[in-house]
Design a protein. Sequence first.
Length: 94
Amino acid sequence: MQELIPINVVIGDRTYRIKIEPRDEEVVRKTLKLINDKVIEYKTQFAGRDMQDYIAMVVLWYATQPAGEGGLPGQNHAVLDALTRMEQQLDKVL
């Protein structure tokens, strides 16, 4: 197993420090960009909500994407593994 590297990730308005395998860094950063872009999209569509609402909407959107849709990170097992590790790290922080 490779040594884990610490990175800072921003989801919505919050920063989290997580440790990931170096080979997963690019996938994690692309996924974070997708998530944050979707948060911004929802903020413009549904003004007046709080950040938790936007993040919940993004999670629901992400989880319900068809597996065959092109370009979605949900197709990639490495992305799913990285998201699982991120979720575990976030659970520890919260």
